[in-house]
Design a protein around this ligand. Structure first.
Ligand code: SAM
Length: 472
């Protein structure tokens, strides 16, 4: 499919744009595959060999990312149990530059309140989870319900307790003035940056859509800027090359709000092009696939200069109640000793959330539609816990929990939610592990084993890692 002439013409004069090189890289058929390792999980005992084997000797580090790697080829990710265990995330390399945007503008050793407003399927959110401290809050929001479900799944797999997944329109955050230290807006856009990877997107591109996206981006930013506190940082990104959605949005932002542009340091060898907007000279960073080993991307950071601090008070009455002493006693043995979490109850469900973030949790639950907060622990039945899948994948599960190791084929059977036949002496709830990573729960009964992998997450595709050719 031919690249849109109007796009090529509109990019003439944009810093770093080289028409010939741009056409060539799109015709080359070259594909770049990259992943980001879940450092919190990888650091747990015995897991390093699995990661090293997965990365294989030919993988190369992504220069601007702590945990990002290029893979020499694209494996059939869906048939790798490690991906279902949240050991890594398949993420486009340029997007991982969000790490630089956050760490160069913000002190991530401090407790922060971070909002990722357009978060599904969760690439930036899982990256943010890995970068912020355990006593920081991440609100991962997605407006489209079906996409919010995928965001939730990826967030659960990543395992952090300090995350709230919400499903709300950006205007919902107007109820939280000056609340967040960082707001990330990875805006819905016309998508030209992904043309090399997604040829169909070429046919969908139009100047009218660029204009519609520009207007939508303004609406999103207008709705959410008030929720950023004074001195807080806005990270704005798109996967569009169009100036309208990039530098023009930066100029519009600086015309409309009291924000200052923030420069970022890059190394020449990375191939990232620094630009400045026409009117306010706002800094932006452009990624062209013939200069960078990654897809098309744009990012720009701003510091808010007025607004003050949050005056939002948590509600007196909440949908959440603290778990009782008895419930806490039942749950304690399932948790990592000393995990600094408070247990909460909503109807029958128990969840764990960082103790220091009680005010934040109650405030978000009171104001925004929450799909999931913290780690779902499970339900109490009599004097026992019926554990939730999220507990198995979390970073707060007791490492001494009874577990059984599955071989690759057994793990795939489990992930397809098929019957798994294992000879296990001990009865009851048992973790299943693959290469020391937790994959989920089974319940061992006297005459059979029940598979508790979540129905909606199961692998539907047939095949094995060797036979498949899929896109994750
Ligand atoms: N940040 C994500 C990641 O790294 O995986 C990708 C986000 S994608 C570029 C943009 C997201 O914005 C999509 O999930 C889309 O559903 C959402 N979106 C679409 N329209 C929106 C709107 N009007 N307000 C907020 N978000 C919107």
């Amino acid at each position: 499919m031919q690249l849109p002439q109007q796009l090529l013409d509109s990019l003439t004069g944009v810093a770093g744009f080289d028409r010939e090189a741009f056409i060539r890289v799109h015709e080359s058929g070259e594909q770049v595959t990259s992943v980001r390792i879940n450092s919190a999980k990888a650091s747990i005992d015995n897991r390093q060999p699995a990661i090293e084997q997965f990365l294989s000797p030919r993988s190369a580090k992504i220069s601007w990312s702590s945990n990002g790697y290029y893979l020499p080829e694209r494996p059939a990710f869906i048939f790798d149990p490690l991906i279902h265990a949240g050991a890594y995330y398949v993420q486009e390399a340029s997007s991982m530059f969000v790490e630089q945007a956050l760490t160069q503008t913000t002190d991530v050793s401090q407790p922060l309140r971070v909002l990722d407003l357009c978060a599904a399927p969760g690439g930036k959110s899982t990256l943010l989870q890995s970068l912020i401290s355990a006593d920081s809050l991440l609100v991962s929001n997605e407006v489209i319900k079906s996409r919010a479900a995928i965001l939730e799944e990826n967030s659960v797999k990543w395992g952090g307790a300090n995350v709230i997944v919400t499903n709300a329109d950006p205007t919902a955050f107007e109820k939280l003035p000056n609340f967040f230290d960082v707001v990330v807006i990875d805006a819905p856009c016309s998508g030209s940056g992904l043309f090399r990877r997604d040829r169909e997107a070429i046919g969908e591109w139009s100047e009218q859509n660029v204009d519609l996206c520009y207007q939508r981006q303004q609406r999103i930013l207008s709705a959410v800027l008030p929720s950023l506190k004074e001195g807080g940082v806005l990270i704005y990104s798109t996967c569009s090359y169009s100036k309208e959605e990039d530098e023009h949005i930066a100029d519009w932002l600086m015309d409309t709000f009291s924000v200052g542009s923030l420069p970022l340091a890059t190394e020449a060898s990375w191939g990232i092009v620094e630009t400045q907007s026409d009117k306010h000279r706002a800094y932006g960073y452009r990624f062209f696939p013939y200069k960078v080993r990654g897809e098309g991307f744009f990012i720009s950071c701003f510091r808010k200069q007025e607004g003050g601090n949050s005056v939002v008070k948590p509600p007196k009455k909440s949908l959440l109640q603290k778990a009782s002493k008895n419930e806490t006693v039942i749950i304690q043995p399932w948790l990592l000793a000393g995990a600094p979490v408070q247990l909460w109850k909503q109807k029958e469900e128990i969840l764990a959330f960082p103790q220091q973030l009680e005010k934040e949790l109650l405030t978000i639950v009171d104001n925004v539609y929450v799909r999931r907060a913290g780690i779902a622990i499970g339900k109490i039945a009599g004097n026992d816990l019926v554990p939730d899948h999220a507990l198995a994948l979390s970073n707060i599960i007791n490492p001494a929990t009874v577990a059984v190791t599955l071989k690759r084929e057994e793990a795939l059977q489990y992930l397809r939610r098929e019957e798994v036949s294992l000879s296990i002496g001990q009865k009851g709830w048992t973790l299943v592990q693959f290469e020391h990573y937790n994959v989920g729960w089974i319940k061992v009964l006297p005459n059979r084993i029940n598979n508790y992998y979540p129905q909606g997450w199961r692998i539907l595709k047939r095949g094995t890692a060797d036979s498949a050719n899929e896109n994750s």
